[in-house]
Write a protein that binds this ligand. Structure first.
Ligand SMILES: [Zn+2]
Length: 193
């Protein structure tokens, strides 16, 4: 196990693997090490943690009720957000489709990234989208301007529990615990609901 003794010690190397022996504490420290960065940019930097693709860098903030643009240093309970992303990524790695909603699990279906509608599926607010050419971190993004305000810094665990209530990733989480990541792949329910 590698633990950094100073910032940037491991630049050029991948971060802890979300699909391997996940060290959530290390992942949280690494993702948060540059507090000025936008949340999604910090998640996508594979030197911080290996495994967040753009679907999860967009949909995990939605599930948690924070903006992709929030400064990562301002996010309270960042470990819970990373745990939720890890649970989705691990589950989908086993199941196949990169589904974040838990509905129509045999399909690739997302809360935010690829939706065509312009209203938020949760609150009905306006969904804003930016192509990669206009996003500060050069990856396309989408967020709800009402329930993902960048002034909201707290992970909403109740919202996450609700939005994951149909997804088998919920079996890897106990959102009432301080350290919410509890599962390994053996806990994933493989058969579609
Ligand atoms: Zn909304």
């Amino acid at each position: 196990m590698l633990r950094p003794t100073r910032p940037n010690e491991f630049v050029g190397h991948l971060g802890t693997d979300l699909c391997g022996d996940l060290d959530l504490e290390l992942a949280t420290t690494q993702v948060g090490q540059d507090p000025e960065r936008h949340l999604s940019a910090a998640l996508l930097d594979q030197r911080n943690v290996a495994g967040f693709g753009n679907i999860y860098a967009v949909d995990t903030p939605f599930i948690c009720g924070v903006s992709p643009f929030t400064r990562v240093g301002d996010v309270d309970d960042l470990g819970a957000l990373i745990a939720i992303g890890a649970a989705l990524i691990r589950t989908n790695a086993v199941r196949g489709p990169q589904n974040t909603t838990g509905r129509r699990l045999h399909l690739t279906e997302h809360w935010m990234l690829n939706i065509k509608r312009r209203d938020c599926p949760l609150c009905g607010g306006d969904v804003k989208k930016l192509p990669g050419s206009q996003s500060p971190w050069q990856r396309r993004t989408a967020w709800c301007t009402t329930c993902q305000r960048d002034t909201n810094h707290t992970i909403d665990r109740g919202r996450a529990a609700k939005l994951l209530s149909m997804h088998p990733a919920r079996h890897l989480l106990d959102l009432e615990q301080d350290r919410p990541f509890i599962g390994d792949l053996g806990a994933v329910e493989i058969s579609p609901r």
